[in-house]
Design a protein around this ligand. Structure first.
Ligand code: 5GP
Length: 190
């Protein structure tokens, strides 16, 4: 079967179009550029879900930035639920001591993953640490976290696309959407 037909036909509803995302990313980039003018900024993004957002956001920022990448996995949960137990698969490659750091995240759901990451990065003594997330799903928040830059607040639905996966698939969709229920029920928990 044609892969692209399978990919798009698994999507029940598009929540955010490619254009809506691009417009929002430009807005966020402009705000960040203005807020950090004259301050060297390090963007720290969290693989793999934040990859497209990071790639687009950094190019929407027109002040000098450094970038670094971390990879974390939450374990003990299912493919649609975060457990809050976080394992660092890839650490920062450079020191952030005394740096202004902005964490670039794809989505904040319970907040457990980000809460862990904030505590971990604070321990590395940056000058400042702020959060930018493309998507905020506040309905299921378990820990209070101050988000400095939010793209979109979305309802309590499991979304895929623009970096977000289900069973490691759908990250390459250019939009954010919700899968048909039978796609979730047919796949193994991971
Ligand atoms: P939290 O720890 O805030 O509950 O979840 C953070 C991580 O869970 C995200 O970085 C993402 O990997 C995953 N996640 C949370 N909600 C969703 C969702 O709606 N769709 C997808 N694909 N992943 C999600």
């Amino acid at each position: 079967m044609n892969q692209s037909i399978t990919l798009h036909s698994d999507v029940a509803q598009i929540l955010l179009t490619e254009d809506e995302i691009a417009t929002k990313v430009r807005e966020l980039g402009a705000r960040i550029s203005s807020d950090y003018r004259d301050r060297p900024l390090t963007l720290v993004s969290v693989l793999k879900g934040s990859l497209p957002f990071m790639a687009d956001l950094m190019r929407a920022i027109d002040i000098p930035v450094r970038i670094d990448l971390m990879e974390v996995s939450s374990y003990g949960g299912s493919s649609t639920e975060s457990s809050g137990l976080v394992r660092i698969l890839k650490d920062l490659s450079a020191s952030i001591v005394g740096e202004d750091v902005l964490i670039v995240e794809d989505i904040i759901d319970t907040g457990l993953t980000l809460n862990y990451l904030i505590r971990y990065l604070r321990g590395k003594a940056p000058a400042s640490l702020r959060i930018c997330t493309l998507l905020d799903k506040p309905a299921r928040r378990l820990v209070e976290i101050k988000l400095d830059y939010t793209g979109f607040t979305i309802p309590d639905q499991f979304v895929v696309g623009y970096g977000l996966d289900y069973g490691e698939l759908y990250r390459n969709l250019r939009y954010v959407g919700v899968l048909r229920p039978e796609v979730y029920s047919g796949a193994p928990e991971g």
